[in-house]
Design a protein around this ligand. Sequence first.
Ligand code: KIV
Ligand code: ZN
Length: 441
Amino acid sequence: MERVRITVFDTTLRDGEQSPGCSMNVHEKLRMAHQLDRLGVDVIEAGFPIASDGDFEAVQAIAAAVRRPIICGLARACPADIERAWQALKAAARPRIHVFLATSDIHLKYKLRISREQCLEQARSSVRLAKSFCHDVEFSPEDATRTDREFLCQVVQAVVDEGATTVNIPDTVGYTMPAEYAEIIQMLRERVRGIENVTISVHCHNDLAVANTLAALGVGARQVECTINGIGERAGNASLEEIVMATRVRPDRYAFDIAVASEHLYPASQLLSEITGVPVQPNKAIIGRNAFAHEAGIHQDGVLKNPLTYEIMTPQSVGVPDSRLVLGKHSGRHALGLRCEQLGYQFDRRELDEIYRRFVVLADQIKHVEDHHLLQLIREARPVSKRMPPAHVEAIPPVVIAAVAGQAFHLPAPLERHPLEMSLHSLHDHHAEQEDYLWGV
Ligand code: KIV
Ligand code: ZN
């Protein structure tokens, strides 16, 4: 069977950034954009250039530095926004302008205070203006799923006639259900002339974001808009890692070709969490701390005999280091160094010593030191990180880390007290003889 190519449109740096606490500066966005490039996403929505000078600069910097994927900038449907977006994007190897305009009656009446006729005309003229700058133009009728269906068809027809190359159907407020969303996509495919030459994109917010996205793929949507860790406006966007892995695990239901290199999912998740300081919920599918952890005896027994008894994918396939093995106070410098390397950091002996000293103090306080603790230690010890280029990270084989027998499948609750709160004083108090003992490990 021929596999259909799905475009992955990552909006971590735009919609994701709209999550409270997730805003990123230019440098942080650039770091994240390089990671998204390694991951293999097709489109990076880098920001909303008119929103601030910082966001304009970030989109401009990403457009200049990240050359493989399409770089997209968001614009409201008005000339100032579209012109600003183009100024930020024009140096990109493959620029895209993304224009949006609300189309539901509730938004037209209370937010925009315009009629449906005015909305139609604004959609048309905005796409026309964007096309005068850039061939690749995406249009989103905001709040599409609460828009009168007849009117939605008229708006989509108008922007397709003006040359929009992608039409995105956002479930802005997380209102729709899988079957209903699929009906809307199907209706557009049947009723809009020329839509067969346009990519239909889906953009869902939680609560049912991933389920709705998958339902839409089943009826012909060919671009998915999503974010790392599912961050995004309100309750978040559809999670990139969940969509990708759903299609990988169930090719019998979703025979799609998606270019994402899944082994980079966990590093991307960790990097985002490190940059924003927002931790991933422990039970988050695919990349959460508990996603590959087993505590129940029956599960442990099954997984020991064959992991496939209770795991539908391998941790390695999503870049999660072997979760059965735990970094604790019995772990040595060697294991710590290798774990740092797996997380993308390489240190010389002296730097590793410093991190190790902090690590041992922490490991004395909590049972198991997890990646987010370690990243925090690294950040404290080395404010300017030494993340390795991806090729180096890839070359490192999975590593075995010392674990206490019998606890190997149980990952503990996170540290309640932030490691930052530990005083430097207590770090330096660490006993010299214990250091000597640990040196040899
Ligand atoms: O959710 C939404 O409607 C959006 C649009 C700007 C595409 O994020
Ligand atoms: Zn959105």
